[in-house]
Design a protein around this ligand. Sequence first.
Ligand code: F6P
Length: 549
Amino acid sequence: MPDSAPPPSTACAEVWARLAARAADPAARSVREKLRCDANRFPRFSASGAGLVLDLSRTSLDEALLADLLALAEAADLVGALKRQMRGQMVNATERRAALHTAARAPDGVGIRAETPDGWQDASALVERERTRLRAFVMGVHDGTIATASGVPFASVLNLGIGGSDLGPAMATEALAAVRPRLAAHFVGNVDGHGLAATLAGLDPARTLVLIASKSFTTQETMVNARVVRAWLAAAIGEEGVGRHLAALTANGVAAEAFGIAPDRIFTFGEWVGGRYSLWSTIGAAIALARGWDSFTGLLAGAQAMDTHAVTARPRRNLPLLFALTHTWHASFCGHRAYACLPYDSRLARLPAWLQQLEMESNGKRVDQAGRPVSFPTAPVVFGEPGTNAQHSFLQLMHQGTDIIPADIVLIARPDHNLAENHRLLLANALAQGAALALGRSEAEARADGEAKGEDPGLAPHRTFPGDRPSLFLHLPRLDPFHLGALLALYEHKVALQAALWRINAFDQWGVELGKRLAQPLERALATGDPAGLDPASAGAVRLLAKLG
Ligand code: F6P
């Protein structure tokens, strides 16, 4: 059991202690008994909002536990914290920035302002100006008025970006595969030349529009890849045509211009949009180019609907709040140090990767906002894979391993194909996983079953499932832009609400800095073959690589 000490100096210490005591009682953590004894669990522990249904009936929630969790939310003023974030306050204290991705997807005319060290700025004005410019660009590419250097329409878009400048756009573009494609989309994030070379080998430079997506426009991987791709374009279409094939998506317009991108091809956004929260901003250009402007705005509309729900729904029916509290119960009180994201739709194959950055880069923190070490576990490890594939790999461990790993299971009611049997089987498998995880199978049941089949009784322990393993179901009617937007916003708000409860900063990412800094002398050592000044392990690896390479 983790040390569940409350965050220091909070008004919620009492209820935190009550929850910690509750978690020490195995009966409170049981899922099986609650599911067996309460025929009304589904309606009582599910809620809907922005077109989504969140079903928590396969968790250990009961009325008393939920009451304590909601009391914790109230004592910590979690929804108040979300409102302050959405009003543009400088909630990212270490970087002295607001976290206003919600403004990036807000409708025109809402007049949201962002707090900065120099006062308040009109965030909405910037969003609306750049969204209008991006729309004109996307429409122009689609109708051919913005064309290649030789005057023909673009056939492909290549997005060069990493982290939030890649994962969100790539995931959403793939998820919306049912929408008629306008341009073929390709994404390269890694500096690994294999991926870049393979992608370029499959593309015609004369028909490819290249987006350099980087909030900072300094990220090493993206800049190296951008220079390679620029040279690839120039070699094929001539230096004079390159500018017509490039656009930049960035908060650093000055650096983009210095790179040689024409100002009318630079689409900016505010510093107050964090990288992992940026798919709603001009960073989402690839989604609009590949799936159409209406799909992009549909995505924004779904997220807006979830934003409104998050700050207006009453706590008992508030999806982000219930989602955050249930996950916190698992992570901070029950000691479940990982959870799985299992979308039962192969179009959501990249959802776990997007979620990994969102969850772990945001809340993978060990000090609170004031810099004091926290004394309780924060973000768990997230991993995942679409079902049913996951059932044939790691779900064995989730059913019978020594750790309890809760699962988020995402279901789409109506598919975009007409293979009805396939879809029924897919849904049945998802529901079966939830039931097997929760209910398990006792050794007595395994023994009786084995006896009936004439099996060796020694197999019974191997065929026993402990059960009591929670899963949270998310139901979407369809995987369309609106519901995808709502799903992603739900996860964003869950992460923000948990950070507010843990009193950590969800919007900085200092943990990625050290490795970036250390890569510089290592690159020099690899180039010169001289490992002087490196630690012994790094020096040994540099010498070995020189010998093997
Ligand atoms: O890995 C750190 C990080 O800053 C992420 O937060 C960000 O999404 C990624 O790098 C890419 O940054 P940029 O968009 O500035 O290139």
